[in-house]
Ligand binder design. Structure first.
Ligand code: NAD
Length: 338
């Protein structure tokens, strides 16, 4: 089978990483077009890859007859227009989260895709491809823990970019635990509450950090999430599920433990998301490429989170942003699934 010819739109942190993994770490695909708002950036990346060229307009890149499929790694604000173009040209697309930046446009994308009769959009919730999360999911589904009852999560970053405000902590950070909850428990989230503990004196002026999110699922399961994005320490993502017959935890960073004089021991904490989830991103893109390659026979161009998952996460995060203001639990209302 010949390689899938991919266009990567937005070659910033994530897009450049995806170009590198498609080019050197996974099989069955190659990057033939790159596009970026900053043309020189795209040209510089294209010049390093054989058979790849920079295309100035993102919509031209999507429509390009030489492009079989698209990876969208542009900022969330541009996703709606670019996803609609992918649907118009019937191009399978791996869209980095968020699907779009608000609930109504996310739902519109879900509906437009449904009208075409086959899923073309995969959303980049990469934790579903992480070995530890996959093992936790298998443990829950295997029934060894009995009924899962609670989940405790920690999501800490050493720092975030200057534009990160209180609501982005919900929409950009919590969104991953929202998807993890839906993935591990296999049900929708009914309500969300954001509690504000005392703020970190080291957080930028006006940014509510840390935050505690309390999610309640439709069947009544409880999930709490500590979100703390200015720790100054490292990247820490931990998840503990408590069931009727025991509990299980992932994300302990127990790699190499060193013991040395005088009487100290310790290891290293993962510095950032690319180190922590690098293998998950590889698996995510490999499985997407394989699904798109097999799409003509199976009729399915997605192997992972769908546009609906992107919409559901957007709906929960919108309720979270509302709760950030009021401090009260806010119900999540999902449209009927097309
Ligand atoms: N799954 C994850 O863990 C994860 C992690 C980080 C970022 N993301 C997501 O990936 C996407 C990109 O984030 P990033 O951190 O790489 O951002 P970034 O700012 O580093 O890169 C974005 C790039 O897109 C370019 N761009 C801006 N507008 C454009 C347009 N209209 N058309 C084409 N290019 C345009 C910018 O010049 C920039 O090079 C976002 O949706 C973000 O939420 C996901």
């Amino acid at each position: 089978m010949s390689d899938l010819k991919v266009a990567v739109l937005g070659v910033g942190v994530m897009g450049a990483d995806h170009v590198a993994r498609i080019t050197s770490r996974i099989s069955g695909a190659r990057v033939v077009v790159v596009n970026d708002y900053i043309t020189e950036k795209a040209e510089q990346i294209a010049s390093q890859i054989e058979g790849c060229r920079a295309v100035i307009d993102p919509l031209d890149a999507i429509a390009d007859p030489d492009v079989d499929a698209v990876v969208l790694a542009t900022p969330g604000t541009t996703h709606e227009k670019q996803l609609l173009a992918c649907l118009e040209h019937r191009k399978p697309v791996m869209c980095e989260k968020p699907l779009t930046t608000d609930v109504s446009t996310s739902l519109e994308i879900v509906r437009r895709e449904a009208e075409l009769g086959r899923p073309l959009i995969q959303v980049g919730f990469m934790r579903r491809f992480d070995d530890e999360y996959m093992r936790l999911k298998a443990l829950i589904d295997g029934g060894e823990l009995g009924q899962p009852l609670l989940m405790h999560c920690i999501h800490r970053n050493p720092s975030v970019p200057g534009y990160f405000d209180s609501s982005l902590i919900v929409k950009d950070s919590l969104v991953h635990e929202v998807d993890v909850t839906r993935f591990l428990f296999g049900e929708e989230i009914a309500s969300v509450q954001i509690v504000r503990p005392g703020s970190n004196p080291g957080a930028p002026e006006g940014v509510v950090d840390p935050q505690i999110a309390i999610l309640r699922t439709v069947s009544g399961r409880h999930v709490d999430v500590e979100l703390f994005v200015t720790t100054g320490v490292a990247y820490e993502v931990r998840t503990e599920v408590v069931g009727e017959h025991g509990s299980a935890m992932i994300g302990l960073d127990v790699g190499l433990i060193r013991k040395s004089a005088p009487g100290t021991w310790g290891g290293q904490i993962t510095p950032g998301f690319r180190e922590r989830f690098g293998r998950a991103y590889d698996k995510e893109i490999q499985r997407w490429v394989d699904a798109v390659q097999g799409g003509d026979t199976t009729g399915n161009y997605v192997d992972g989170p769908t546009a609906w998952d992107g919409y559901a996460a957007a709906a929960v995060c919108a309720a979270g942003v509302e709760s950030l203001e009021s401090g009260l639990p806010v119900d999540v209302h999902l449209a009927e699934r097309p």
